[in-house]
Design a protein around this ligand. Structure first.
Ligand SMILES: [Zn+2]
Length: 63
């Protein structure tokens, strides 16, 4: 994730956690009075493991 300030082009850099970006934005706002930021979030896809012994595998209907 990264925080970009669109009007002056200052960039926070990219971090794996929002906290350092928010800290950068807070400091940048104090220094420059800039208030607009563009934040880019990464997109993660989480794959589910294939069903094993404990997974649902189907079977005859329960009476
Ligand atoms: Zn700025």
């Amino acid at each position: 994730m990264s925080g970009d300030e669109t009007e002056c082009g200052a960039r926070s850099g990219t971090y794996g956690h929002p906290a350092p970006v928010e800290e950068w934005q807070r400091r940048h706002t104090q220094e420059t009075r800039h208030l607009r930021y563009r934040r880019n979030f990464g997109d993660y896809a989480v794959m589910r493991p294939p069903a094993g012994r404990d997974g649902f595998v189907g079977g005859p209907p329960v009476p």
